[in-house]
Design a protein around this ligand. Structure first.
Ligand code: DGY
Length: 321
């Protein structure tokens, strides 16, 4: 190709990433960062060679079937790619890439923040300070659960799960994990493998979810599985909202079966189940896992690296379809 490839970008990207796109491509940027609907994505891609979507854009089979035939690569600005119908893309010969590695540490940090926030009642404490309802220090006030010495169950021991295991070791937690298969010892970081989910749940004083969203993991944490956690357990989710059955989690937080939850992702976000807002033992963040300046730059550069490889005729490093 002699002219610069045209790239439709669904959301406003960090300045440095947009600058690189302007230098090397003909980008169609989203200056006011409005959320495009399916028709706008299709319209924006007319005559384009590539698409950079975000997890907020549903690139369904229908969208893919209506994409301009020119579009040969979809380079997602995300590690998760369940918002893209990869089978439909593959059928149309469209390459799909994601951005692994670069958001591992940022997301693992948020998982630790959620664990601490949930265990130490950070939401309630902050409300007391801000709303001036903080009385005198009292030996029995605001007692939470401490992480040290407690057992952490990691559901999904990929890159982010492993990074959480390393951090939890610093808190002297006893780490366990369940994964499709047992990892080589150097990737276990001292954690104990559980071949079955039930066996992991039984030892999880804190359960941190790191599995991808797939048909197999849909609502994997439901009334039945939550019942298998120790009484007073804590649930943390930085993966995807739809791995949790909201009604079941809210019921377990209301009844006291669970001590607390720390959530960064939600089914149907940003329209979360309203029941969460009423729970003082739910420590809630708005999908901040990868939200650091350095990480968001790195995600954008990684997406552009994948485009560079594709348009240079090489295999993109992060090809998922
Ligand atoms: C991703 O990249 O999939 C993350 O959820 C964004 O924070």
């Amino acid at each position: 190709m002699t002219s610069k490839p045209t790239v439709f970008v669904t959301r406003t990207l960090p300045d440095a990433v947009e600058a690189r796109l302007k230098r090397d491509y003909t980008p169609r940027l989203n200056g006011d960062d409005r959320l495009p609907g399916a028709d706008e994505v299709i319209e924006g891609c007319r005559g384009a060679d590539a698409l950079i979507p975000c997890p907020t854009d549903k690139i369904t089979a229908d969208v893919i079937s209506r994409l301009d035939e020119n579009v040969k690569v979809i380079a997602s600005f995300s590690v998760g790619y369940e918002h893209i119908d990869t089978n439909a893309a593959r059928d149309r010969g469209i390459v799909v890439t994601n951005t692994p590695d670069v958001l591992t540490d940022a997301t693992a940090d948020i998982a630790m923040l959620l664990m601490l926030g949930a265990a130490r009642r950070a939401y309630e404490g902050e409300c007391m300070v801000r709303e001036a309802t903080w009385g005198a220090w009292a030996p029995t006030a605001m007692r939470g659960v401490h992480l040290t010495g407690n057992r952490l169950g990691i559901l999904g021991m990929g890159r982010i799960g492993q990074a959480v295991a390393r951090r939890a070791a610093g808190f002297e937690m006893e780490v366990h994990y369940h994964n499709r298969s047992k990892l080589p010892a150097d990737q276990e970081h001292g954690a104990t493998f559980h071949a079955g989910l039930d066996s992991l749940l039984a030892v999880s004083d804190v359960l941190s979810v790191h599995c991808p969203s797939t048909p197999d993991t849909l609502k994997i944490l439901n009334a039945e599985s939550i019942a298998k956690l120790p009484d007073g357990a804590i649930v943390v989710n930085t993966a995807r909202g739809n791995v949790i059955d909201d009604e079941a989690l809210i019921a377990a937080l209301s009844s006291g079966k669970l001590f607390a939850a720390g959530l960064d992702v939600y089914d149907g976000e940003p329209n979360i189940h309203p029941g969460y807002r009423d729970l003082t033992n739910a420590f809630l963040l708005p999908h901040l896992g990868s939200a650091t300046v350095a990480t968001r730059d790195a995600m954008g550069f990684r997406a552009v690296d994948n485009l560079d490889a594709f348009f240079a005729g090489r295999e993109p490093g992060d090809r998922v379809a």
